[in-house]
Design a protein around this ligand. Structure first.
Ligand code: ACO
Length: 202
């Protein structure tokens, strides 16, 4: 397995692979200034042979992860999870998604491509996550919540059952979301209030 992204997020992905005894073949990064990652020499232009192994896109920023995914010409890994994550057999996760230590994904949930379910996050029953969503550490999505493409739910945020959160929105750390949130909104506080909208050019 390859890791694309010699970053802090990449280090946690590295630990996930180690926890599953998956061999790490190569580490890629576009940034020429990043030369080393843990015990690896970083590869800036992977060759055809190196691209034959499945790769995890370990890029924390949702928009950049989408850009990289759109031009990546290798094989994307299946969803991967740390051994300590609890994932229902009745849930589904698409390729490229990563699940960090201690996260919980309950029955009936459907998770798209290249999502991040970060450490200790709870994704309750029947949740729907579109592609490139990031659920930050210790955030809680209760039953039947949906989150559209590219949205980040900040660390420790809570979302009550059935709420629909739009695309490319940003839910602040610790926010409590009790009503639907439109696309591109930035929301903070308890109860969550919209403070601004993000640029729509995604
Ligand atoms: C493993 C990992 O590290 S995963 C990473 C997880 N990351 C996170 O959880 C980050 C979540 N991000 C946040 O909470 C951010 O503060 C955001 C996205 C909500 C806002 O960020 P910015 O757009 O930079 O907003 P900015 O810092 O300018 O703050 C704007 C206002 O909102 C307030 N504010 C910002 N964040 C919050 C918050 N979480 N809760 C309450 N108020 C907040 C600020 O105090 C400021 O108020 P003021 O205008 O009265 O001074």
């Amino acid at each position: 397995m390859n890791i694309y992204g010699a970053s802090g997020h990449g280090k946690v992905v590295f630990d996930i692979l180690k926890s599953r005894n998956i061999q790490i073949d190569s580490v890629f990064d576009d940034n020429l200034e990043v030369e080393e990652f843990l015990d690896f020499r970083v590869i800036h232009k992977p060759n055809e042979d190196q691209l034959k192994n499945p790769t995890v896109l370990a890029i924390g920023n949702n928009a950049i992860r989408k850009q990289v995914a759109s031009k990546f010409n290798g094989v994307i890994s299946e969803a991967i999870s740390h051994f300590s994550a609890m994932i229902s057999e009745n849930s589904k996760m698409a390729a490229g998604t990563v699940v960090m230590p201690g996260a919980i994904i309950n029955s009936g949930s459907r998770i798209g491509k290249h999502c991040i379910i970060n450490s200790g996050a709870v994704v309750e029953h029947d949740v729907r996550l579109e592609d490139f969503v990031h659920i930050s550490p210790n955030a809680v999505l209760t039953g039947n919540v949906s989150v559209a493409e590219g949205t980040q739910v900040g660390t420790g945020a809570s979302v009550i059952p059935g709420v629909k959160i739009g695309k490319w929105a940003s839910i602040g750390a610790g926010a409590v979301i009790i009503e639907d949130i439109p696309d591109f909104a930035v929301v903070v506080g308890n109860p969550g209030k919209i403070i601004k909208y993000l640029d729509e050019q995604r």
